[in-house]
Design a protein around this ligand. Structure first.
Ligand SMILES: [Zn+2]
Length: 408
């Protein structure tokens, strides 16, 4: 089921009658790929045998719309021998050995996936690797500077050959304590669903990895990227939604979330018909028509899938916060009209790590029910909104996945 949420290349389920809008929402794309260098932590098991190794991507996070600090990273667990293993538990502790998170059973399976996909499985293939997606929630005034990990696993063969569960302890992992960058919403008006936002392991953004050199953890170019789709009520489009113009968000102005210098612009790619990923998209065209703005010496903002002919800036332009960059479209590898927005630590989206951010002001008006989101996505049920009893004004937080946000 998790695999259905956002697998960018899965075929939409067929059913008679009206199309279910969230099918498109939930699978709104992934721009993929990159190579990066991150922290590597080799470990040995309790007997000194290097049966598995564990590496980690950088621990990055931000205060989110649920009032908690989210810390995001992947543990890359590899079998170093030609035998498979099964993960039994992953525990995250602070340096005083207080448990902060324990993943086991179904939760561990849901958080564990192959490096190049998102099918849940806690089995580490022989001489292969899996990623354990960690979404660690802590109080905003109690962010640990370092983390400890205890990982239990055993073999998958007969009990006589793998009689016991073994455990390993990962060396301390540093938390990146830099504050997430404060920006303004790049869209205006009500009803913007944060589809494919952080931090559900089952989304294409959270599971997107670019595998680099052996032994180096993959880069994570989309962990904190958001696909924004506009809803009217619980619907993202009018009529049958077969044309981009029927989608409510289509043609909306896209504003610079923060000032900077335009370093890349792409225009001229056509909008695709919604509800199916376009065939034959070149890797270089994945982001469709897009703008990249350098906003810090080490940070770039990507605005992707813009409407052809709508781009209002050119390379070298200095843009101010709020300035219009172009209009929301459905170009590139896009299943439905939306804005893909994210911050990157490189000007190359296919060679970057995603960086967290917070929005200065917005309101979480409603939340889309996750089960209904999955059901609608698989064509078996309607989308359901879960209105907040009191709309939740937010300041300097990150809008989590399934939040429906109003921007001013
Ligand atoms: Zn996206």
């Amino acid at each position: 089921m998790h695999n259905d949420v956002s697998s960018a290349d899965a075929k939409p389920a067929k059913r008679p009658g009206r199309r279910t809008p969230v099918r498109a929402i939930a699978r709104a794309l992934a721009i993929t790929l990159a190579v990066g260098v991150v922290a590597l932590a080799n470990v040995r098991d309790s007997s000194g045998s290097p049966a598995i190794t564990v590496a980690a991507t950088p621990v990055l996070g931000m205060p989110a719309s649920d009032g908690m600090q989210h810390l995001e990273y992947d543990l890359i667990v590899a079998s170093r021998v030609p035998a498979p293993f099964r993960l039994r538990s992953v525990e995250v502790l602070d340096v005083d050995h207080r448990s902060l998170l324990r993943l086991d059973g179904d939760k561990l399976v849901a958080a564990t996936q192959p490096l190049d996909g998102l099918t849940p499985s806690s089995t580490i293939p022989a001489s292969g690797s899996v990623a354990v997606v960690v979404d660690l929630l802590v109080a905003q005034d109690k962010i640990p500077a370092r983390l400890i990990h205890r990982i239990a696993y055993n073999g998958t063969g007969a009990p006589t050959t793998h009689p016991s569960t073994r455990s390993i302890n990962l060396p301390e992992l540093a938390v990146d304590l830099r504050s997430a960058l404060l920006i303004s919403p790049p869209l205006r008006g009500p009803g913007w669903l944060s589809a494919n936002s952080c931090c559900d392991a089952a989304t294409t953004h959270r599971s997107g990895r670019v595998i680099g050199n052996k032994g180096v953890p993959p880069a994570k170019p989309e962990t904190f990227a958001i696909d924004w789709i506009q809803l009217h009520g619980d619907q993202p489009f009018t009529g049958d939604g077969a044309r981009p113009q029927q989608w409510y968000g289509y043609g909306s102005d896209i504003h610079a979330a923060i000032g900077g210098t335009v370093i890349e612009v792409r225009d001229g790619l056509p909008d695709s018909a919604p509800n199916a990923l376009p065939a034959g998209i070149d890797r270089a065209d994945t982001a469709g028509n897009h703008v990249i703005v350098q906003i810090r010496p080490d940070t770039w903002a990507l605005y992707a899938h813009l409407q052809p002919g709508s781009l209002a800036v050119a390379v070298g332009d200095k843009v101010a916060t709020g300035q219009i960059l172009g209009k929301l479209g459905n170009s590139g590898n896009s299943l439905a009209p939306h804005l893909h927005f994210g911050l990157l630590d490189s000007p190359h989206p296919d060679a970057a790590n995603s960086l967290p951010f917070v929005l200065d002001h917005y309101i979480v008006a409603e939340t889309v029910d996750r089960d209904s989101y999955l059901a609608a996505f698989s064509g078996t049920g309607p989308l359901k909104l879960r209105p907040h009893s009191h709309p939740s004004p937010q300041s300097s937080t990150f809008p989590l996945i399934l939040a429906v946000t109003d921007f001013s």
